[in-house]
Ligand binder design. Structure first.
Ligand code: ADP
Ligand code: MG
Length: 340
């Protein structure tokens, strides 16, 4: 990494911390001053880790209205589920009331949140076919007091076909969410890796789409199809939906390719792309094996800190409106760019 690049990354950390007005506070045993941030990246890292570990000490702004965010990309393995789980936990740990809807028959989001999803448990399948309300199927998640999950079981695999002949087949999820009257700040919908009826339901139900993009070759391939599908939904089924957020995932700082993909994505999507870029990290991939988010599994890890930063960006963007235009810079995330 060049000296300029390091300075750029640090500037990003400093300006973000300064922007939220909390850089002069004492957190835990760390006396965090602006000078400390600017001068020693390790202190900055430590301070961020303390934030992850002490969520009660800072809250993110809560949205004026319920935000329904569909996490979609028809490619598998780009980080949809990981993003859903970690953003939901990050926001809930910082005071938001969050519901995660697992809309993938694989049930990975349910697993990642430590929720039982064997065939037969109340799930999103019964909700979609009208046998159960969303509230009936929602279960509390241990990671945070204000976090719930509606699990997906393998029964959902048949839903794409079963729903074809059902009334309002594209709007089933929207109706179910409308019927959920408890106050919520965020609903995250984790989509399957396809553009079928389940994903259409998620887009019809949402007001925002979040697209995770893996910093790999082929990352942009197929994106055109996803964007066209979103336009079709906008035109015919839900005028209120828009792409609000792009998150770069699995960034490996050792490869030039990752940088190229990130730059390409920023050139195309501008300010929709979050400043936070999720690094490729073993800790992130280990966490679901323990039914946990990386924020609870290893709060001090770079993956945890970046997901928390991303959650904060989403919370702040939601309240302050679209971000100010800025020129496309390099990725901002925890310094030290190799995988863990
Ligand atoms: P999708 O839901 O789009 O199919 P996942 O979130 O399930 O993608 O991620 C695919 C795989 O990559 C999973 O095994 C997950 O644990 C792993 N993974 C996701 N994000 C990261 C990351 N930042 N670093 C390392 N592994 C990751
Ligand atoms: Mg998934």
């Amino acid at each position: 990494m060049t000296a300029n690049r390091i300075q750029h990354v640090l500037d990003g950390v400093v300006s973000r911390e300064t922007a939220i007005g909390s850089s002069d506070v004492t957190e835990g045993s760390f006396d965090v001053s602006r000078e400390t941030y600017a001068d020693t990246p390790i202190a900055a890292e430590a301070a961020r880790a303390v934030r992850v570990l002490n969520p009660g000490r800072s809250t993110f702004p809560r949205p004026p209205r319920r935000r329904i965010i569909t996490v979609a990309n028809q490619k598998g393995g780009v980080g949809k589920t990981t993003t859903t789980v970690n953003l939901a936990v990050g926001l809930a740990m910082h005071g938001a009331r969050v519901l995660v809807i697992d809309l993938d028959p694989q049930g990975n989001a349910s697993t990642g949140l430590g929720i039982d999803h064997h065939s037969g448990v109340p799930s999103i399948y019964e909700v979609l076919i009208g046998e159960r309300s969303l509230a009936d199927a929602a279960v509390p998640v241990a990671a945070a007091p204000s976090l719930w999950c509606v699990p997906a079981t393998i029964d959902l695999a048949g839903a794409e076909i079963e729903l074809v002949s059902v009334d309002g087949r594209e709007a089933r999820l929207r109706w179910a969410i409308n019927g959920f009257t408890d106050q919520l700040d965020y609903v995250f919908i984790d989509c399957p890796p396809s553009l079928g009826l389940l994903t259409v339901n998620a887009m019809v139900a949402a007001n925002e789409v979040l697209i995770p993009i893996q910093c790999e070759y082929y990352a942009l391939e197929g994106l055109g199809q996803l964007l066209r599908n979103i336009e079709l939904v906008q035109a015919h089924l839900n005028q209120g939906v828009r792409i609000s957020t792009i998150l770069l995932t699995m960034y490996d700082g050792r490869t030039r390719l990752a940088d190229q993909v990130a730059q390409e994505v920023r050139k195309h999507f501008g300010n929709l792309v979050l400043d936070s870029v999720v690094p490729r990290s073993v800790r992130v991939s280990e966490a679901p094996g323990y039914g946990q988010s990386v924020l609870t599994y290893d709060p001090g890890s770079r993956g945890a800190m970046t997901y928390l930063d991303a959650a904060r960006e989403i919370a702040e963007r939601g309240v302050n409106g679209p971000p100010r235009p800025r020129d496309a810079g390099g990725p901002r995330h925890a310094p030290g760019r190799g995988p863990e």
